[in-house]
Design a protein around this ligand. Structure first.
Ligand SMILES: *Cc1c(COP(=O)(O)O)cnc(C)c1O
Length: 408
């Protein structure tokens, strides 16, 4: 009889606690300094401004404005574009809800573009299908740290004079032709939420090179109060989206670690790629030849003609090794969420959906074949900058064994 070899389970670092995060003495010192100064508000403290100038320099933008979440960052970006009620904003069918509801709150209609099932990203082709003369902006999301095909998308958007907002919440320092995402379109919106490349628990930042957008972005974060103006006033309807000095100090220190975070993720992803390359039935996500990927998560496409129950089956098999993966990522396309299906917005008005062209809000699965296929096939593996070689080897072996157990 063949003896049963007990496989050693290695606990993978998690971005939900310190095992997968990089907080250390630097962060503690900066936060302590803020507390001891007693200045917790960024309009008076130094760290908000330090963070904004350091972030702009790191990412390669003229302006950066910190705010208190990634959702706020997307909202600020949309407010900068200043849509009229009923204007359309093209976005992706697969993303975080925090990137979508801000469209509604600015009175614009979210119009979903389908995605490429191989990347789960929107493409110039899927965007072009849903453009109209009411399109006010296009939001592209570089999902999992893998850049969208920005050359084609910018060519399309520029030819129509439509600004592109990049949702860079998952794609810190990912590049297209050597340029950081977030600086290719008109505005970039980052999140510092717990699980992102750099974090303050909750937080975000927006970047732009455009002075008019920058002015509106600054104001929208600051109750539209004209700080520093000769006759300041509250110029338009906006919110308080400021982060605190405590968060800014933390983000300022986290930013210094971003290069190492990205390098480590890329190295470990390359190793994992190499170790699983020969496993038939699973395939990892690859960046386009002109792009680099910064691996917010590590995703597999699972071929259900070879693996029983596809991504769901493989996730079950991986659980045996304590690997918590997520088949179907956000589980369903955004347009299937109740808020969009029932137009649950302001009172019983259904605003702004009541102003929409019917074709713009036709949420039939038949319009989204790439989304359906992409979500069906994807398995999202946990990943962060604390992964080391032994974690990757364990993960690769677990994938190999799990695929073996599920093979049809
Ligand atoms: C995390 C995330 C957001 C929202 O950020 P929060 O900080 O959670 O509000 C928006 N878009 C994408 C793609 C995200 O991953």
């Amino acid at each position: 009889m063949i003896p049963v070899v007990e496989k050693e389970i290695i606990k993978l670092p998690s971005d939900q606690d310190i095992s997968g995060r990089t907080f250390g003495a630097e962060e503690i010192a900066a936060i302590t300094e803020v507390l001891q100064s007693g200045v917790l508000i960024t309009t008076k403290g130094k760290y908000g401004k330090l963070l904004e100038s350091a972030f702009a320099e790191k990412i390669g933008s003229k302006f950066a404005f910190a705010c208190n979440s990634g959702s706020a960052a997307v909202h600020v970006a949309i407010a900068a574009v200043n849509p009229n009620p009923g204007d359309e904003i093209v976005t992706t069918s697969i993303t975080d809800m925090g990137a979508l509801t801000p469209i509604i709150f600015q009175g614009a209609v979210p119009v979903f573009a389908d995605v490429d099932p191989k990347t789960l990203n929107v493409t110039a082709e899927t965007i072009e299908r849903v453009l109209s003369d009411r399109t006010k902006a296009i939001i592209v999301t570089h999902l999992f740290g893998n850049p969208c095909e920005m050359e084609d998308i910018m060519e399309l958007a520029d030819s129509r004079g439509i600004p592109v907002i990049e949702d860079t919440a998952q794609s810190f320092l990912a590049k297209v032709n050597g340029k950081n995402v977030g600086t290719i379109g008109a505005i970039g919106a980052f999140s510092f939420q717990q699980g992102k490349h750099m974090t303050t628990g909750e937080g975000g930042i927006v970047v732009t090179d455009d002075e008019a957008f920058a002015r509106r972005m600054f104001l929208f974060i600051n109750k539209a109060w004209g700080y520093g103006d000769q006759n300041p006033d509250h110029y338009f309807a906006s919110l308080n989206y400021r982060m605190t000095e405590l968060q800014a100090a933390l983000a300022y220190e986290q930013l210094k670690k971003l290069d190492d975070c990205v390098a480590q993720r890329q190295q470990m992803a390359a190793l994992l790629d190499a170790l699983i390359a020969d496993i038939d039935g699973v395939e990892s996500y690859k960046p386009a030849p002109n792009a680099t990927m910064t691996y917010w998560k590590f995703c597999l496409r699972v071929d259900d003609s070879k693996i029983a129950e596809g991504a769901v089956g493989l996730a079950k098999a991986l659980k045996v090794y304590d690997v918590a993966s997520a088949p179907r990522y956000v589980v369903k396309p955004a347009y299937k969420c109740q808020v969009f299906r029932e137009h649950n917005t302001f009172g019983d008005s259904h605003f702004p959906f009541n102003l929409a062209r019917p074709e713009a809000i036709d949420y039939n699965d038949g319009n989204f074949p790439g989304t359906i296929k992409g979500l069906h096939d994807v398995l999202v593996l946990p990943f962060n900058e604390k992964y080391e070689e032994h974690h990757i080897e364990f993960l690769a072996n677990s994938i190999r064994d799990a695929v073996g157990a599920c093979r049809k």
